[in-house]
Write a new protein. Structure first.
Length: 395
């Protein structure tokens, strides 16, 4: 199959970027032809949003970036493709990319990694609490709170684009099939008016690190060091756990502040951003992993990696992770935002190594059942085949 992948990378690399790269490599290894069309916020957005005139220029293009559409047409002219798979399109690609693909008769798949169609920051989060105000009140509600990067101007750009494409019915007309990593996210996103029969759930597969080994010591967090990830809550919880080892893997805007906060907490170690092999090593060295997120976490790659390594997962709830972390079987859940609950869950696993190891065995079994590269490839190809069939049927 000939697949074209379209993606707007973020300023700080995150899980979505990892999924894009992994799926592209998965397809290539299976003998499929993959072509990448990628733009990068670090290269283009920094210039376009410098000053008021830059913001106005970005706002003008946010509904429909004609330059992106022209570039996509030229990209498609270079060789035929069977399906176009769009990941992140905000803010540089815009829905013009969907139109440029579809006008060539190519089926369009759109993966929704977050809640951007309904929420300016894509997380349903405001002031460290879940917020779905814009679902009921409309996208312009976000402007008064400056929900996108703390800027009312940039939030207004999102609100204008969002309202414009809802009014036009862009998502019904321009996309053949949507995917999202969890049923939780699917239920939330249907409120954006997406056709239920064209939104399917496809989890994030990861490489197999090999047979799981016995649990190590302490806990590990893997992910972006940003406010919504709740690492500051994890540090507060860890103060109560008597110097047990805690490894924090990743980088991000909160990195320096978190290191300062952890300076007087025994047992805490920061590795920074490391390659995938070192991530797997850090998971094996720990007894369990922790996802302390404040937002409605969708399905971070780190959770799939934890299951692959046979590590129990401590996760905030309610989020999409309720579908992957079965309380008492392959991990423990705690009330979202609760330091007490987080400390209790981690303390329970630290105090009972045998139970923690049993949960890790269940975690590995779950990985083998649905998140291996083979399962991921099969699910991805099934999505493409369904999109092609829908386009052929004229739906």
């Amino acid at each position: 199959m000939r697949v074209a992948i379209f993606h707007n990378r973020y300023r700080h690399r995150g899980g979505e970027d990892s999924v894009v790269d992994f799926e592209a490599e998965l397809l290539r290894k299976a003998g499929h032809e993959v072509r990448m069309f990628v733009v990068d916020n670090r290269d283009e957005l920094g210039r376009s949003l410098s000053g008021a005139l830059g913001a106005l220029r970005t706002g003008k293009n946010a509904r429909w970036n004609a330059r992106s559409a022209d570039r996509v047409r030229a990209f498609l002219d270079a060789g035929p493709v069977d399906v176009g798979h769009v990941h992140n399109f905000f803010p540089l690609l815009t829905p013009a990319v969907h139109a440029a693909i579809g006008e060539r008769g190519v089926p369009v798949v759109q993966t929704l990694h977050n809640y951007r169609l309904l929420c300016a920051n894509g997380m349903f989060l405001r002031r460290d609490r879940p917020c779905e105000d814009c679902v009921e009140r409309g996208p312009w509600n976000a402007v008064r709170h400056a929900c996108y990067r703390g800027s009312r101007i940039q939030t207004a750009i999102w609100a204008d684009q969002t309202q414009h494409h809802r009014r036009l019915g862009t998502w019904r007309k321009r996309v053949d099939l949507f995917t999202t990593p969890s049923a939780f996210a699917r239920a939330k996103l249907l409120a954006a008016g997406l056709p239920p029969d064209r939104v399917v759930v496809k989890g994030n597969a990861v490489d197999d690190p090999g047979t799981a080994i016995a649990p190590g010591r302490g806990g590990v967090y893997v992910g972006r060091l940003s406010r919504e990830k709740g690492v500051h809550l994890l540090l507060e919880a860890w103060r109560r756990l008597d110097g047990q080892p805690l490894t924090i893997v990743g980088s991000g805007p909160e990195g320096a502040a978190l290191r300062r906060s952890a300076a007087d907490i025994p047992g805490v170690c920061f590795l920074g951003r490391v390659d995938r092999d070192r991530v797997f090593e850090a998971l094996r060295e720990a007894a369990f992993s922790i996802v302390p997120s404040l937002w409605y976490e969708n399905f971070p790659v780190a959770v799939a990696e934890s299951l692959a390594c046979g590590r129990a997962v401590v996760a905030a709830s309610p989020t999409a992770l309720d579908e992957f972390v079965d309380h008492g079987r392959n991990g423990l859940r705690f009330e979202l935002g609760s330091v007490d609950g987080l400390a209790a869950a981690c303390g329970a696993l630290l105090a009972d190594p045998a139970r923690t190891e049993e949960m890790g065995c269940e975690a590995r079994a779950d990985y083998e059942d649905r998140l291996t590269p083979e399962a991921g490839l099969a699910a991805l190809l099934q999505v493409y085949e369904r999109a092609i069939a829908l386009r052929s049927d004229g739906q």
